[in-house]
Each structure stands twice: as C-alpha cells, then as structure tokens.
Design a protein around this ligand. Structure first.
Ligand code: GAR
Length: 188
C-alpha cells in the first residue's frame, strides 16, 4: 500500500480530483490532508469524501515539530502540495528528500517565487500578453518554486482569454496530469 499526504490552503479541487483518481485503487491511500487555513473549503471536501483532515497553525509548522511528527507517523511515500501557500521549512525538506512534490500554475521559472500563487499568477500572465502558460510539477527544496522539474505541460492563450479563463485552462491541465504524475512517481 502506497500512502500519500496532501497539503492544501484553499478550495482543494486538486485534492478532490486526486482522491477521485485513486478511489478505486486499493494500492494507494490518502493518509491525510493537512491545511494551514481553518476555514479552507478543502476541509468541507474532506468531510464529504471521508478523508482524514487536520488543521495546523504557524507554531505547529515552523516553531515546533508538531507537523513533522504527524508526517513521520503518517509514513508517506509522497507528500503532495496541492495549492499549498506556505514555504516548506527545511526540517521537512531534509526529513523527506525527493518525497515532496508541488504543482505550480505556470511555466516555471516564469511567474514563480513568493507571492506568485493562484490568480496572482494568471493576472500577471494576462498582463504580460503571454501566448502560452501551463503547469509545472516539481520536487520541493528550501527555495520557493526552485526544485527539480518533473513535468511541464503548456496550453495556448488567445487574446480573448481573461485571467479567469486562463485559470480554467490551467486547472484543466492540473486535473488531467497531476494524478498521473503522482501515480508514476509512486510506481515508476
Ligand atoms: C492550483 O491552481 C495550484 O496550481 C495553485 O493553487 C491552485 C489551487 O487550486 N498553487 C499555487 O499557486 C502554488 N504556488 P485548488 O485549491 O482548487 O486545488
């Protein structure tokens, strides 16, 4: 049995999509979903989907080993950041080398770094009149959005696209590719 732990900060539509992808796979289980926002919509999704979910604060994440201990006890084969917005502390990257994977809603190294998340990314892509954008799935190291790239997928942007329709296109890429990449990393 392979075990995955997911981190999310917001809506959690990727969490739901990943959970659906593995729903009929007896060899993969979502051990837990962890969130840093007590009112995140992902918690409602986990309630509906019967997935264990935990909320943690800054003290638990950065100042004590609380989250680290929960992770160790969960024995994850992979830790997946699915819309998680806090920087991962070094104690986690050191404890789980090559096991923490993030998805970024743009073609890194463009539109990465602190403050570049969600609609901020798509607004910047639109403002720069880019002809394409996409997703980047990468390993997580101590620096925001700088770990080794596992997969990038591009999508074209037309002049008629708004930041909202760009976001929709990117989310569709995420739903199609993120679970498959996780599957490959677990079994490849
Ligand atoms: C996703 O588009 C993900 O790529 C992005 O947050 C969104 C979460 O959507 N992540 C980042 O911006 C990380 N820098 P969701 O909550 O509906 O899955």
């Amino acid at each position: 049995m392979k075990r995955i732990v997911l981190f999310a900060s917001g809506s959690g539509s990727n969490v739901e999509n990943i959970s659906q992808y593995f729903a009929n796979n007896a060899k993969v289980t979502i051990a837990a979903v962890l969130t840093n926002k007590s009112d995140a919509k992902v918690l409602d999704r986990c309630n509906r989907l019967n997935i264990s979910a935990l909320y943690f604060n800054r003290t638990a994440f950065y100042e004590t080993d609380c989250v680290l201990d929960v992770l160790k006890a969960s024995r994850p084969d992979l830790i997946i950041l699915a819309g998680f917005l806090w920087k991962i502390p070094e104690k986690l990257t050191k404890s789980f080398p090559n096991k923490i994977v993030n998805i970024h809603p743009a073609l890194l190294p463009k539109y990465g770094g602190k403050g570049m998340y969600g609609m901020h990314v798509h607004n910047a892509v639109k403002a720069n009149n880019e002809h394409e954008t996409g997703i980047t799935i990468h390993f997580v190291n101590e620096n925001y959005d700088e770990g080794a790239i596992i997969k990038q997928v591009k999508v074209k942007i037309s002049p008629e696209d708004s930041a909202t329709t760009i976001a929709k296109k990117v989310h569709e890429l995420e739903y199609e590719h993120f679970p498959k990449v996780i599957d490959e990393l677990l079994h490849g």
